[in-house]
Design a protein around this ligand. Sequence first.
Ligand code: UDX
Ligand code: ADP
Length: 461
Amino acid sequence: MKDANFSKKILCIGAGYVGGPTMAVIAAKCPQYKVTVVDINAARIDAWNSDKLPIYEPGLLDVVKQARGRNLFFSTDVDEAIREAEIIFVSVNTPTKSFGEGAGKAADLQYWELTARNIVRVSQSDKIIIEKSTLPVRTAEAMSRILNANEKGIRFEVLSNPEFLAEGTAVADLENPDRVLIGSQLTAEGIKARDAVVEIYANWIPKERILTSNVWSSELSKLVANAFLAQRISSINSISALCEKTEANVSEVSRAIGMDSRIGNKFLSSSVGFGGSCFQKDILNLVYICQSWGLTEVADYWEQVISMNEYQKRRFVQNMVKVMFNTVAGKRIALFGFAFKADTGDTRESPAISVAKQLLEEHSKVVITDPQALDNAKIDLADYADKLEFIPDPYEAAKGAHAIAVMTEWKEYKTLDYKRIFSDMERPSFIFDGRNVLDHKALFDLGFNVFPLGQPFHKHF
Ligand code: UDX
Ligand code: ADP
């Protein structure tokens, strides 16, 4: 199609885990729009233009292939793309600040601000600018000031449209979201811009699932949604510790409480800890905002969700050391999985990073296997490269090991030939199931000593 024939020209700045899949789905669902995704990272853009996408996400390649070259384009020409777009989603990274005021908690907004300044520099016409990255509440206001301080007479309407997709299920989440949230100023211009964005999503999402609100509610809702989800995991993880002391079974407790429709049964699986790029970052951000408003009690309350997560990761390794006769020094330990959850190669904030480091401090010989995340694991643990092994085949990884620790709930780990694995391991052989996904009784019958989370241990001694 000729450029002039597209009914909207949409741009996304930042071709990461959020920008790439979101724009691919918009392009696939709306062939009448031209959708361009730009990034300053040329290698990433090359990967988006190839059959080996830069992120592993089930079903994504099919969606990309459906639209790429037709109405979906990946490019490094940021300036040209800004000039021609009417609607710009900004999906650049917003890591936790590692320096200065707010270090360790506040969001680092330098990428966003650079992007805003770039938009001002090259734009020649009015545009709608949409925050897709999770940002602190009131960022849109600051961005609006920067954008609208231009002397060219160009008007930028800044909206917030947080993304709620989860990795591993991104395509399904985007195709069939629980809701889409669009925050705008409640002025005539704000509402007009909001309606233009509603129109995009209404191509495939029922209108009743498209919510609108003021900008700050929208920004805050994203932080709060992630804080609530993470809080559920920390809550059940806290109970897993209690179950281990009392011989209650955390899976039975989860099931019993989850059947209360007021509680619901999702996000109640006890684990070695939550990871991912969002939960910790967003809660820290929420904590920082509360502190800066003098809401100390509120900040402390949410900070506890993170403390509990840290405790769970520490507790997991402490338990390993304790049951393996108070020392793991020199013992080979195979970590099954390194991604922060199944069906992704992403390792950001993965609990496996912390577990690997703690085991190295205990002088274990750590071996890491994962079907998708070994490249990222090597980057995360680059400082320890000489002390680690990365082995794609789980059977090879477990050879000669004293223990296996399941870090990620990859479905392939449920169906491995554990008899074969057992025969190649040191005795006594241990399995620590940090995701409670294996058949513990069957493993015990094969001869393993099995340590689930929050459930009675199965041991031969
Ligand atoms: C999350 C939110 O779910 C999503 O809405 C938001 O847009 C981004 O952050 P994501 O981090 O991709 O998505 O994955 P999610 O499925 O939420 O899992 C986060 C972590 O919690 C993972 O480490 C996962 O293993 C862990 N988890 C999840 C548990 O430990 N127990 C559970 O019951 C559920
Ligand atoms: P997320 O998980 O939020 O999508 P990622 O880190 O996966 O975050 O992706 C953010 C992307 O934004 C990266 O590919 C990065 O190169 C890109 N990026 C950062 N700053 C800019 C910028 N000024 N212009 C274009 N792309 C940028």
